[in-house]
Design a protein around this ligand. Structure first.
Ligand code: TEU
Ligand code: CA
Length: 566
């Protein structure tokens, strides 16, 4: 084990499972809890410490579970509460912890709270949601738009009022201003903690406090996202999270990560500074926005390396007193290799991206399939995409008369289904060991890798990730080291140093598809190049020390270590 006093969640690597697409155990085409149980040994072999499961609660699945209808029930398509307990127990036996995805900014409109709330203005649940009177002309209370398109307000005749939904119509925002609502939410969290879960990923937690004046936004966005106006980082967000911490989290040993759209690093520090007792870390979105185009994520742009360096480095510095979550992709984002790497060098660039991320300061998150280097999903027809965001987008673009080829390309680049297609466990068509039944969402036409083949090949992306995860346990600087960007102006190499008083790490990552010369400046790096020994490379026969000019091969990624003599 590595000699660091850092809390366990700083030393951990988290693996995200999208349960619907991980492993089907009963051949209905839908991944499930028993499927995850079957694959625990695989995850143990990879070496991850924590599993984050996307929502598995009772839900009509309008937004694939981010619309919870009952916080204390498992959706039967995933299994039973017994299955969940068994999963928890078997994971814990293997030293793997489990984090639940908690969606407490909103519920499904099928949740009992909403069903009661919508009945009248004077029932016990009447203020559980955000209800507003229409404007005198009957229109919506303000001009906020839903993330998925259309207005963020829906009219309900029984109350002659509108309710707020930052996401789909079927996802009504909870009213955190109400003490009763907050207490009810805290009870839902305690339910899972008492069952033995190890923490939470809090969905869109930066949105829970709304500006109570509900101001119109200025309408400068093509997709008028409500959370650009009075929704994100509202006046009471920190007060609420501090209360949640005091009343709930403080009584358990947990790991918490807040998903915080529209949050800058100064705000993120408020969430993650341990002295403030709110959250352990947040998912920031800025590096996800570097390739945004006029339709946001649905874009033809590529990320520019200089911007990436600047952005990631800024977050490393600004959260020095807090803590970063490190991620390239998740269930809302395209595949890392296709987006930040190079589909022509899928193995090399996947390993390079893994190296870059795992070397940085923060807790790395691996999205299922990333350890195989999976690429974006290839479909023959736009009809194969199922995600609500993608469907809305395609519809809107068709209405707007956009060029069909443009639509096809940006959907390929940006759709959330890129990450949601089922995992190929072997190379056997048609269902690749995921199931013996047609899956709920089609496999990619080009399954670039699969688990069985990866496990049989010592050079696979899988084993590189395994090594990266193991290094975190061996090299204290990987957990504790301060971060310094090196060769900031180099157009093709991302280089940085991590340092503790006893150890220096130098990480070099080439983003070039051709061979390029690179020499570390010993003055800038403050590392003696001859003494730095190679601890990990994604290619064979890399130089054993940092001395001299390196001829970095396409997407070569190297970690050098130097133990200081004190
Ligand atoms: O995502 C929040 C969020 O900010 C999304 O709008 C995200 O930007 C979008 O998916 C990117 O295209 C969370 C969940 O991760 C997502 O799956 C849910 O749909 C959403 O909240 C609503 O609960
Ligand atoms: Ca199943």
């Amino acid at each position: 084990m590595c000699a660091t006093a850092a809390p366990w969640w700083k030393q951990s690597v988290v693996y995200q499972i999208y349960p619907q697409s991980f492993q089907d155990s009963n051949d209905d085409g839908i991944g499930d809890l028993r499927g995850i149980i079957q694959r625990l040994d695989y995850l143990k072999t990879l070496g991850v410490d924590v599993l984050w499961l996307n929502p598995i609660y009772e839900s009509p699945l309008v937004d694939n579970g981010y619309d919870i209808a009952d916080y204390q029930k498992i959706n039967p398509m995933y299994g039973t509460m017994e299955d969940f307990r068994e999963l928890l127990e078997k994971a814990h036996e293997r030293g793997i912890r489990i984090v639940m995805d908690m969606v407490i900014n909103h519920t499904s409109t099928e949740h009992r709270w909403f069903q009661e709330s919508k009945k009248s203005k004077d029932n016990p649940y009447s203020d559980y949601y955000i209800w507003k009177d229409p404007k005198p002309d009957g229109s919506a209370p303000n001009n906020w738009g839903s993330t998925f398109g259309g207005p963020a307000w829906e009219y309900v005749p029984e109350r002659n009022q509108y309710y707020l939904h930052c996401f789909a119509i079927e996802q009504a925002d909870l009213n955190w201003e109400s003490e009763t609502v907050r207490q009810d939410i805290y009870d839902q969290l305690r339910f899972w903690l008492d069952l033995g879960v190890d923490g939470f990923r809090f969905d869109v937690i930066s949105l829970i406090s709304k500006d109570q004046s509900f101001p119109d936004n200025n309408g400068e966005y093509v997709y008028t996202k409500s959370y650009y106006a009075g929704c994100s980082n509202g006046p009471r967000v920190h007060e609420f999270l501090h209360e949640l911490h005091e009343q709930v989290l403080d009584h358990y040993e947990t790991i918490t990560v807040g998903e915080t759209p529209n949050t800058n690093s100064a705000q993120a520090l408020l969430f993650t500074n341990p002295e403030r007792k709110e959250l352990d870390m947040v998912f920031q979105f800025e590096h996800m926005h570097l390739d945004y185009g006029k339709y946001g994520k649905f874009s033809l742009e590529r990320v520019n390396l200089a911007d990436l360096k600047e952005n990631l480095s800024k977050w490393e510095h600004d959260l020095e007193q807090g803590w970063n979550s490190l991620y390239w992709n998740n269930h809302d984002q395209p595949r890392a290799v296709s987006r930040f790497g190079d589909e022509n060098y899928p193995v090399e660039s996947a390993k390079m991206l893994g190296t870059l991320l795992h070397g940085m300061k923060g807790t790395p998150y691996i999205y299922m399939g990333e350890e195989l280097g999976l690429k974006n999903t290839v479909y023959d027809s736009l009809d194969e995409y199922q995600d609500i965001e993608t469907r809305y987008f395609i519809e809107n673009m068709k209405e707007a008369g956009e060029n069909p080829e443009f639509i096809r390309q940006v959907v390929y680049n940006g759709s959330r289904d890129n990450a949601r297609a089922p995992i190929p466990w072997n190379d056997q068509k048609p269902y690749y060991g995921f199931s013996n039944h047609k899956p709920w969402l089609n496999f990619s036409k080009e399954t670039s890798a699969n688990v069985e083949t990866a496990l049989a090949n010592p050079q696979s992306v899988f084993y590189h990730y395994q090594k990266l995860i193991a290094l975190r346990k061996q090299l204290p600087a990987m957990v504790d080291g301060t971060y310094t960007l090196l060769a900031a102006d180099h157009p093709q190499v991302y280089a940085y140093r991590r340092s503790t008083s006893n150890q220096d790490l130098v990480i070099l990552c080439s983003f070039a598809p051709e061979e390029i010369p690179f020499e570390l400046d010993p003055k800038e790096s403050r590392v003696n190049p001859a003494k730095a020994r190679l601890v990990l490379s994604n290619l064979e026969n890399s130089p054993h020390t940092l001395e001299g000019v390196h001829r970095l091969r396409p997407y070569e990624a190297l970690i050098y270590c130097l133990d200081k003599e004190n």
